[in-house]
Every structure is written in structure tokens, then in C-alpha cells.
Design a protein around this ligand. Sequence first.
Ligand SMILES: [Zn+2]
Length: 568
Amino acid sequence: MIFSQQFIQELKSRIDVVELVGSYVTLTRAGSRMRALCPFHQEKTASFYISPETGLFHCFGCHAAGDIISFVQQIENLDFNQAIRFLAEKFSVPLEFEQGDIVDRSERDRLLEALDAACVYFSEAMDQSKETKNYLEGRGISPETTAALRIGYAPESGLISYLKGKGFNRDLMEKAGLLNDQGKEKFRNRLMFPIQDLYGKVVGFGGRILRKDTKAPKYLNSPATPVFEKKRMLYGLNLTRDFIRKTGFVVLVEGYMDFAALYQHGVVNVAAALGTSFTENHAILLKRFAKKIYLCFDADSAGMAAALRSFKVLAPGGLFVYGVTLPGGEDPDSFVKTRGKEDFMMLLDKAVEIPVFLSNLTLKPEIIGGLTLEEKLDRINTVLDVISVIPDRIRQSYYVKDLSVRLSVPERNIATQLHARTRRPFQKREEDSRPETPLDSLKEAEKGILLLLARQPNLKPQIRENKEWLERLPVYPFLVEMLNIEYERVSDVIHFFSDGLNSFLTLREQEVSADADVVMRALKRQAVQQELGEVKKKLEAFQDGLNEDERNDLLKRKEVLAKEFHRL
Ligand SMILES: [Zn+2]
């Protein structure tokens, strides 16, 4: 269906961009505009702006831009018409269509219809499958949970003819991910978990084998299709999103069965991974609903590795990620069944953020003593790796302190180690422009300007204006490093500098520095003196090789410089 231009204009004018965008991100005023952390890419400082007057948004980080309709298209993953429908519904604006237009449903709609029909088919098939019902009963999944999750059963065959009878062709079934390479039914003799999008639309399936005797994989998921993208989907979020938003936390589990068990036992702040590792898209998705993530992974080393990987993806976006320790051999499914909701919630209360979680496992007081120095360093580095992805320096320092207490090593030493690895990976370091002169050999005025610039970033324009002569001085490459980074307080960015500059600024931080004018004049003197020396050298060295003009030029320059030097 096509919406009239008039209607689209009307819709746009009736919706306040601040209200719409504000329902996804936290906005703060920035002059005439509003600013937020971009919902389309991971960032630490807000570069996403909206203009209430024009109704447009723009991100200076990832360059996402557009009006309210394209905002909804991107954030809800909808096409143009769906976005309009979404907005009209959300803001209660009655839909108006272009007169006389033919119904033109997109392929996406047809795919979703086919998938929903398949879901209905699997449910009906389950009603007739005693084996499946017995299995669910044995696993303690109630009929209510089965209905809520729309769990079904895929028999040996029958789906293709069922869907044909409903008017879907093979081409569509294939595109919906329901057929295998041979054009046969992909899911056979499996317990079927429909994977639904945030609005409850079935976009794919996860199928678990029922009989152990087959060689088939235990779990089989739908392939990527135009409506199913694993890297931005979490299982069950359609049912639990509102609880998650309300409480601000989510428990992430590894599979459908864990989800079903927790959900059934009243832990309704839950979502499951879809057999893939978490991506930045998951982080962005989760951040719309919660700030606090509890990771429930198996306590074995594979589970630990998965938890660390997840942390490194989820934490940089500002999410707080906690590790939940289940008693030996238990998974969320078995734990909640035997111990119930209260006990599970107590595990959440006891959960600690991943860096501490990791230290608790690998740097326990009773084992530290028995470790060789090498082993110890190895484990410390693993923890530092994890801490280094946390975007907040205050939180980082909290974990540094924790390590320092654990290891009886001064905080300062650990912080230095940490900062060596928190350099922004995207910040290109051009090797050739790296300062070659050791900082110690710099003259006092040169050291002085570095300290001044560290404290007063507002000196930057003055430095840039005097580039012409400043660049002759050995200190210049260090100044460029500082000019290239935006900061208000250098202590916030110090770890982005090269090692030499970093430690110089750290060590000399407390020193009193002279007045900027005095330092600049001293530097100018130094620059003039240096050039004067070079000119004199040239005059001496090439005495005989110079022609008259060259000689005169140099002599003139020498005079100018000498005068300037005396004036300074
Ligand atoms: Zn962005």
C-alpha cells in the first residue's frame, strides 16, 4: 500500500523528533540541538545530534542521518512503509492511503506470513505428537510456557504441502529458510522454537533433535534470510523486553531450554543467544532496554572463554556486565528447576562484574602463592585485557584497586600496565612522525611548553599559529601529538600519547610551570638561535662554493636573525 505524500508530511509534522528519539536514547541539550550516544554505533562520547526544528538527526561518528522515518527504519529494522505504519501506530495518527492504489505487499511481508504459517503448522503437529509432549513434560516445560513460546514439532514431512495449500510457493519457502539444499524440509523430527522479532513476528526457527540416535546436529537454526539476521537477534526478547526495560537488567543465557526454564519460573528478565557469539549489534540492541547484563554461562573453561568474549563486545558500549556463578555442574535450566526463582535471584545479587569474576577464578588468594611469576603475569594480563575495554576511567580504577589489593602490588604500577593497553586501536600511529628525540634531552622551555599545553588546551591555537618556527624545534613532534587529541583535562587522555610523552606528563604533572608568554619567548629565542647557528655553519662550510647571491641571502638572513635574537 502506498501512503500519500500529504499523509507522510502530516505524520512528520505531528511527531516530535525529541519525543521519538528520546524513547530510544537519553538526550541532553546542546545549544539549539539535542545530543545523545549514537544508537547506531558504539561510542563513548555523544556524537549523535537531533535538531528539534528540522526534525533531522545526524551522527558525526558513523554518519547515520535522516528524518524520523529513516530513524525508525534503521532502529527498528523496518522498510519505509513499515516505518510509517509503526510511527502512525505509536503516535496514534490514523493511516491514509493514496486513492486507487493496488495492494502491493512487500516480499518481507510474504516471508513473515510463510514463517508464521509454518509456526502454526509445527504447533498443530505437536498436538498430535505424543513423543514431543512427553519430552517437554520430562524437561519440565509446562503447557503454558509451550504456548507462550509457541514451541512446536517438525515431523518427518508435511510442511511443504501444508504451505503450498496456504498459497506459498517453494521459492518463498526457500527464501524463508525452511528448505535444505536439496529442496526438502530443513527441519525434521525436531522440537521447534520459533525465533520472534521484538514485535513477536516469527522470523526464523531453532530446532532441537528429539532422538539421540541420529547423527544430525543437536541444534539447527534457520539460515540468514531477508528477515532473519542472527547478529542482531536475541531469543525471547519479544516476551521479556518490557520487564527488562522496567528493571534495567537482563539475564543472558545460552539456549532455548535455559530461556524456557527461567521464564517459566518467573525470571522474566531473560534473553538467549542464538548459538552465535555476541556482536556489537547485540550490544546496541540490549542497550535500548537495559544497562546491566548478567551472563549465565557454563562454569567450564569454554563457558568462561565465552563470557570473556561477550564482555569484550558488550562492555565498550557502556553496559555493565556481570558474571553469574552457578554451583558446579548446574546450568540455569537445572538450577531454577531444583532451587526456584528466589535462589536464582540471590545468585544475581551475588554476581560481580566480569573483571572481578575473572580474578575470583584465576587469582584466588589461596592459589596466588603457588603460581610462578610467569603464570601470575599471564593471568594479570588477561584481567587487564578485560579491564581495558571498560570505557569509564573511574570504573577502571576501581578494578585496578581490586587487583592491587589482591596482588599486593602498588595501584600505580597496575595502572601503568593498564594504560599501555588502553590506547585507542583506531588511532593510527604514524611511525615516521614519532618523536625521535628523547624528552630528557629537550631544553627547559620545550619541556615547559608541553606541561603548559597539558594544562591549558586553549593554548592550541597559539601553537598552531606559530607552527612555522616551532616545527624547527625538537619538541614539535610531541606538540603535534597533543594537538591531535581533544581534551579538557590531559589526565583523561594521557594514555593516548606515546610512551615517552605519557610518562613525561605523568611524572612532571605536579610541576609548576611558567607563564605561557615567557615560555613562548624562550622557545622563539631557541628557534632563532638554532637557525642562526645553521646559517653561520652554512656560511663557513660552503664559503667557496657559494655564488654571490646565495652568500648575500645568507648574510642578510643572519642579520635579521641576529637582530631578532637581541630583541627577544
Ligand atoms: Zn553513529
